[in-house]
Design a protein around this ligand. Structure first.
Ligand SMILES: Cc1cc2nc3c(=O)[nH]c(=O)nc-3n(C[C@H](O)[C@H](O)[C@H](O)COP(=O)(O)OP(=O)(O)OC[C@H]3O[C@@H](n4cnc5c(N)ncnc54)[C@H](O)[C@@H]3O)c2cc1C
Length: 478
């Protein structure tokens, strides 16, 4: 059953999952495969969360489909279907162009080592030991070392090398040079193993196949169902337990609840501070949201073509890598994701999506007129930058549209339009929820490592296992 209503759901489930981001979807699939009764509630009319799309004038624009590590193939094969895994292909042309360097790479360890040796004159053994150090990092490592310190240790004084190694990861998960080195090392190593991958086809088809699989496994899927509250009841010995949700004003009961919404709104709004210990609320208040994004969607008119300029272009006019410049409203640092007909078999149309990191506060408080003007300015600056790679771009386009942090907030309910949930410290708080309230779990973008398509899907599996263990333990019945 997959419908836009909540009036015909059952009155009781083993698990209710709030939100259909890649973590929520994967968690729902795993629990249903294990024989649990699962209700998945999504406030938007599409499944997918940030992994979403929209159609204009025959173009399908993918919002968050720019690249992920090869691990997504294994994750999809194991926790979804071979057919879904089979949609994933490698992107071969990753291009960098900024005042410090310009080259195209397959973005894997072998190619990077060669580039570092030949262009940047870094001895192979230095690069090898850096890769080994990054690959051997684990969540349980010392978290006090920052990415800046890590890069400085292996490549002292080489801000060009730091930029090459850091910039794509800053786009991929919002991390900065001052975040813990492990949040960089783990994600970087995931990419370095075999390069950058994408879905051949479109996000709508990929998520559509996930929806089919959920339905096959018996998940009750409901879209346009906003969860307003998680129902908390007193259990034994004054402990508290999650007992269901209020969705579209209706109570639906369950033995466990998994929230895939933003961690902070899960704690402060869906549950409410009064249900947690003071210490937990204090720790939750220290969790920082990640930055947001801006995007410009560029549709190339049917019949027009563009030459191959790479699949993913990291471009910037900034003299040096600078996390603040990257998020500023006038940033010149952006990625262009180019979708050729070959990326989309069956289509003869091209489209380009430009993405940049952004601060919510730069956009949130503008007057309506100023907001509209800023969006137009964003579009025009993006076209100016693209002109270098696609001459006469303005003559080729038939659709232009921009998204800002406000857009991301509106469609996903992430506070401040956070693109990657919370910063690193959110992971501990996310993992701590079931210790505070029995049967309450959170999954989804937290802590950099658990965000992005691969991180979110894998976190969905981890939390499905936690919830399954909880349901089997009998603790759900007391
Ligand atoms: C511009 C941009 C580009 C990106 N590019 C990439 C990329 O190239 N590669 C990559 O790996 N990652 C990328 N990402 C990040 C990636 O898309 C996300 O990290 C990942 O999809 C997040 O999944 P999630 O499970 O955390 O949930 P989310 O996608 O955050 O979804 C949460 C869902 O919960 C729903 N929800 C929230 N509250 C409620 C409620 N109260 N009731 C009902 N439903 C609710 C929301 O509507 C939403 O559908 C990008 C992100 C952005 C913004």
């Amino acid at each position: 059953m997959s419908q836009d209503r909540s009036d015909d759901v059952r009155s009781d489930y083993d698990v209710i999952i709030i939100g259909s981001g890649l973590a929520g979807l994967t968690c729902a699939n795993m629990l249903a495969r294990g024989g649990r009764s699962v209700l998945l509630l999504e406030q938007h009319h599409n499944l997918g969360g940030l992994a979403t799309w929209f159609e204009r004038k025959g173009h399908v624009f993918d919002v968050a489909l720019h690249g992920f590590p090869v691990g997504m193939v294994k994750t999809c094969r194991k926790y979804w279907t071979p057919e879904i895994a089979g949609m994933i292909v490698q992107l071969k042309g990753i291009r960098f162009d900024n005042p410090q360097f310009s080259f195209t790479t397959t973005y894997d360890r072998e190619d990077f080592t060669g580039i570092l040796e030949q262009r940047f004159k870094i001895p192979r053994e230095n690069t090898e030991s850096f890769f080994d150090a990054a690959r051997n990092m684990s969540f349980y490592d010392d978290q006090s070392m920052t990415t800046r310190e890590l890069l400085e240790r292996f490549f002292p004084g080489r801000d060009d090398v730091h930029r090459m190694l850091m910039e794509p990861i800053a786009y991929a998960n919002g991390s900065t040079l001052d975040d813990p080195a492990i949040s960089y090392g783990i994600v970087f190593s995931n990419f370095m193993s075999k390069g950058v991958y994408t879905v051949q086809g479109r996000t709508d088809r990929f998520v559509g196949k996930m929806r089919e699989e959920l339905l096959r496994n018996g998940v009750h899927v409901r879209t346009k169902c906003l969860v307003n509250k998680i129902i908390i009841e007193e259990g034994q010995a004054e402990s508290k337990r999650a007992a269901g949700v209020m969705a579209n004003g209706k109570a639906i009961r369950s033995k466990a609840v998994v929230s895939n919404g933003n961690l902070l709104s899960t704690i402060h709004e869906l549950v409410g501070d009064e249900h947690f210990s003071k210490g937990f609320v204090a720790e939750g208040k220290k969790v920082r949201l990640n930055n947001s994004s801006c995007q410009v969607y560029i549709g190339i008119r049917k019949g027009e073509r563009i030459d191959y300029i790479g699949d993913l272009l990291f471009t910037s006019e900034a003299e040096k890598f600078d996390s603040q410049e990257l998020c500023s409203r006038n940033t010149t640092s952006r990625t262009f994701s180019v979708y050729y007909p070959s990326t989309r078999p069956g289509s003869d149309m091209y489209s380009i999506v430009a993405s940049s990191n952004a601060n919510y506060d730069d956009w949130a408080n503008l007057s309506e007129d100023a907001y509209r003007a800023s969006k137009e300015e964003l579009i025009q600056r993006t076209l100016d930058a693209l002109e270098k790679y696609v001459p006469h771009i303005r003559d080729k386009v038939d659709h232009l549209e921009a998204a800002t942090p406000k857009t991301f907030q509106r469609y996903t309910l992430h506070a401040s339009g956070a693109s990657f949930g919370t910063k690193f410290e959110g992971l501990k708080v996310s993992r701590g929820l079931p210790k505070e309230i029995r049967g309450l779990f959170h999954t989804g973008s937290v802590g950099i490592i658990m965000s992005g398509w691969l991180g979110a899907a894998n976190y969905g599996v981890i939390v499905a296992n936690d919830a399954d263990r909880f349901l089997s333990s009998g603790a759900a019945n007391v």
